[in-house]
Design a protein around this ligand. Sequence first.
Ligand code: C2E
Ligand code: MG
Ligand code: MG
Length: 530
Amino acid sequence: MLKRMSLISAYIALGCAATVLPVLISIYVANEDVARREQRDLRLYAEKAVMRTELVTYQGFAAIADLQAEHGAPCSPEYLERAAHVIFNYRYVRDAGAYGDGRYLCSPLFGDVRTQNLALPPPRWRSNDGYLLWFQQKNPLSDVREDIQIGRNGQYVSIDPQSYVDVMDPAGRPIATINTDVNSIVALSTGADPDEMLDAWKRAGRVDSGEWNYAVARSATRALGVVVKGRRTSLLKDWPGLLAMWVSMGVAMGGAFGWFAFKRISRQVSFQASLEWAISQRIIDVEYQPVVSLATNECVGVEALARWNLNGREISPNIFIALAEQHGLIQALTDLVLDKALHDLTDLLRSRPSFYVSINVSGEDLRTPRFLNLITARLAGTGLRPAQIRIEATERHFLNADVTRQTIAAFRSAGHPVYIDDFGTGYSSLAYLQTFRIDVLKIDKSFVDTIAQQAASSIVAPHIIDMAHELGVEIVAEGIERSEQVEYLARRGVQYGQGWLFAKAMRREELVAWLEARRASHAPAQPAVQ
Ligand code: C2E
Ligand code: MG
Ligand code: MG
């Protein structure tokens, strides 16, 4: 019961796992893939932004160089005209002019302000090659406007910070341009949070956020860097909901598996239980198949064969015998067959003392003298001879040699001949057979089938026959269906045959009638009383 429950639980768990795991694994893999692609895409975006930053910076440098090429004195009309040209020609430059002593001196935007003392604070940063940089530099003419100013040798250009971060991007992902020497923000796209971006820059983009990815890139030539951020699309964002959905589907599938397992196991269990019940209620029937002397055509005995009719269906003995062996029911079955055979045939056996019935036994019956003792007890007072009850065991039942050897010897010394059944289908080598003392060998039907045919396996039958002769054991050929098999076997000295050519297994009444009819037609074939 416990085993059954754990088997069903295992099926349910299997059903759950088989449904949920592949889905969760594929979602996880897809999610990882999306994350990888997004990271790569964001890195490309950062590299593009760095190129943009460099472009704007170099344009600033070029504008200053252009301004310095003017030979007229700073703030002369020629100079201011040149500055106006620079503003016009360089897209990102919105003012250009001269400074000195911490003051703006002149530009097309301011005009000549040398006398006005327009203060210019010290630069925020100075490059090795002599460029000065002011960032977030308040324009003296405006409260809101902030510029980036690049200066050198008394000339400067003002640049709109937005042009540093003006990268075409449909998703509008935030960018911050960083001066990598002082780790300060130079320019920031609208809406971006400077503290967050600077923090991300300092962590080289490795920010632990479920919502955002960050990426950084550095300029190879200037002290410039960029940090960008992009929204993270997570397939697992709603993972509790997702998990709940798939787990419930898994449970449903597991339930289906469990139900299937339950049905299967119950069927198997009920099959086994039915057999147990059939044995205990003694509703297993026994039929008898005649064994015929090939020389005289006389019926010398019968083999008892168990029959089980379950709900109108004949179950093959090959199936229910194996089931009985598996579930410890075989001894009860063997006992039942013996009892029924004795019940059915005692009169017949008594009236024909050389007639016999052979009982098929299994490995369990050969492990102990239990079955032998039972036969002895049953025969006591019946007047039957021990030789009238014979034992058939297949080769595989001889396997447990040391134990069975003793039991077989005990059967024989008690006067019950022992038959080796289905010979040739098992493991016995001929040499192995020599170590067992048995009385009769039954050649399996599969070899008898090939007799008088050109099949390669037809050489096996004569071999077995010769060997049996050498060992001095009698032979029964099983499954004879054609008269040429009888001719061949008789010629080879095989003493007995069994098969549908003579008769199928029959109920007691049919057997008695069959024997009567045969006796009438073969008179005086009455076997001699021994
Ligand atoms: P087995 O002991 O070798 O029995 C002979 C089988 O061959 C029987 O099948 C019989 O009906 C079948 N047979 C006989 N002559 C012919 C023929 O000319 N043509 C064909 N096609 N078949 C023939 P069955 O009754 O189905 O039994 C199968 C096996 O089940 C038996 O093989 C035996 O090993 C086992 N068995 C049957 N009854 C018992 C029993 O009471 N106890 C045990 N332990 N095993 C049994
Ligand atoms: Mg048999
Ligand atoms: Mg057989």
